[in-house]
Design a protein around this ligand. Structure first.
Ligand code: NAD
Length: 474
């Protein structure tokens, strides 16, 4: 198998030049101004892209050792390009520069992790006089569709396992954040054979057409619940496998023995990291009535102390919200909570500056039925609710349609783990939140997802079993 070798100079992402010269303007959320553009590809271009991905698959699937070498070279190339990738990511996404570097590092780490995972044939031993063996085979071209909150990291969560398993991929970033992903595509093209990974960019219906394309054998999607349903409907037309990583409304339950000052920083940043635009952020806090005033004030104090500003400013801890509709959603939920009787303990306003900034906001006394509690706000606003009986807090935590993550906080870790075991979600944390290992399965329940990503399970999600039976001769 011919690889291009890690030494090749990056050119442009392998987005096929189309008949239409339409462009997609990309805005800097710290200013609201357009600063770059990407191709706005016509969905008809997908036929040629998928055909090339299918052709590339024929050789890519054949040689696991060459794949491993190419993926390791790709990881090195990504790391070496960090100083180009990270500032561009901050520019279009808004996050502090250090967090963009963390996305680059995670992308390289994920490539290395999956490069080392190769499932060999396994015997089936069930006492019958036949030798049966399970082999794992790749599926074919995989479509990946990702959102704007972690463009590189979420893309790598798709392409690292899919390519390691021997598939090829067509990757579509959000039209709000196409630039760093296109650059990443260029960087990866220095290490991967041609057409193994193709980045396509454009407005809808590009994603819808990709999800429903008859040449795609697996659609792996990360985004909102309604779009996930649309993607699943589209993929049903060709019966492609579907993996959906969807929204979350994670609850953090504080127990009576919580040392509030000790956990307050961690709890605050579990909610406000990436400006709250994290699927598995803490999106609501339940505190025992006795601790409630202290919890509200500890979080409010941290909100007031947080430096909000452009992600490229060295002192910034919290950047802008990524886009105007998302900011409008955050403001709408806040206004609705206030109308429902909540009060603002900190924040609640837009700083006086251009761009999509919103002060980190702590909402107290929020009625449990207010949409900021029952829906996913996906922004820098956190409702804090009191409880008197723990079973009611657990019931409330489980009482939405989401089931991504949850956390329990307290001093007695056994007790905390016992309560965590009652959460209906895919991942539960104790005294922290939203930390994931590359080696763990990541899967939401209920409306938060279908299928499993992460670890060996993520690899198998991109493979199909092929079983050989033969009579035993000796
Ligand atoms: P979104 O669903 O609006 O868009 C996600 C992607 O789908 C984008 O690339 C978009 O262009 C594309 N898309 C839009 N309409 C489509 C269609 N009809 N068919 C195919 N693709 C289409 O989500 P968003 O606003 O970009 O991202 C925020 C959401 O993502 C939140 O709900 C968040 O919780 C979720 N999310 C989940 C995870 C997870 O791992 N569970 C991780 C990050 C974000």
């Amino acid at each position: 198998m011919a690889t291009n070798g890690p030494g090749r100079t990056p050119t442009t992402a392998r987005a096929a030049p189309g008949p239409r010269a339409a462009r997609l303007a990309v805005h800097d959320p710290a200013t609201g101004e357009a600063f770059g553009e990407a191709p706005d590809q016509h969905p008809d271009e997908l036929d040629a892209v998928v055909t090339r991905a299918h052709r590339a698959w024929r050789s890519w699937r054949e040689d696991p050792a060459a794949r491993t070498a190419a993926l390791l070279a790709a990881a090195d190339a990504v790391e070496a390009a960090g100083t180009d990738l990270a500032p561009l990511l901050t520019r279009e996404q808004g996050k502090p520069l250090a967090e963009s570097y963390a996305e680059v590092t995670r992308t390289a780490a994920r490539l290395r992790y999956f490069a080392a995972l190769a499932p060999g044939p396994r015997p089936i031993t069930d006492g019958r006089p036949v030798d049966s063996e399970i082999h794992w085979r790749p599926l074919g071209p995989v479509a990946a569709i990702v959102p704007w909150n972690f463009p590189l990291q979420l893309a790598s969560a798709k392409f690292a396992p899919a390519l390691a398993a021997g598939n090829t991929m067509v990757l579509k970033p959000s039209p709000l954040t196409p630039l760093a992903t296109r650059l990443l595509g260029s960087v990866l093209s220095t290490a991967l054979p041609r057409d193994v990974l193709t980045v396509v960019t454009g407005r809808e219906p590009l994603g819808a057409r990709l999800a429903a394309h008859p040449g795609i054998r697996h659609v792996t999607f990360t985004g909102s619940v309604p779009t996930g349903r649309a993607v699943a409907r589209g993929a049903a037309t060709s019966l492609a496998r579907v993996t959906l990583e969807l929204g979350g409304n994670d609850a953090a339950i504080l127990l009576e023995d919580t040392d509030v000052e000790q956990i307050a920083d961690r709890l605050f940043w579990a909610a406000f990291h990436n400006c709250g635009q994290v699927c598995m952020a803490v999106k609501r806090v339940y505190a025992p009535a006795r601790l409630y005033p202290q919890v509200v004030e500890a979080l409010a104090q941290r909100a007031r102390d947080t430096v909000v500003g452009p992600g490229l400013d060295p002192g910034t801890r919290l950047g802008p919200v990524n886009n105007a509709p998302q900011l409008a959603r955050v403001e709408h939920y806040t206004a609705r909570a206030l109308a429902d009787g909540a009060r603002i303990a900190a924040g609640g306003h837009r700083p006086k500056r251009p761009g999509h900034f919103h002060a980190p906001t702590i909402l107290a006394d929020v009625p449990p039925g207010s949409p900021v509690v029952t829906q996913e706000q996906f922004g820098p606003v956190l409702p804090v609710l009191p409880y008197t009986r723990l079973d009611e807090a657990v019931e409330a935590a489980n009482g939405t349609g989401f089931g991504l993550g949850g956390s329990v906080w307290g001093t007695d870790l056994d007790r905390a783990q016992e309560v965590a075991g009652q959460l209906e979600c895919g991942t539960a944390w104790i005294n922290h939140h939203a930390e994931l290992s590359l080696a763990q399965p990541f899967a939401g329940t209920k409306d938060s997802g279908v299928g499993v990503a992460g670890g060996p399970w993520g690899l198998y999600g991109n493979l199909r079993p092929f079983v050989v039976h033969r009579p035993r001769t000796a």
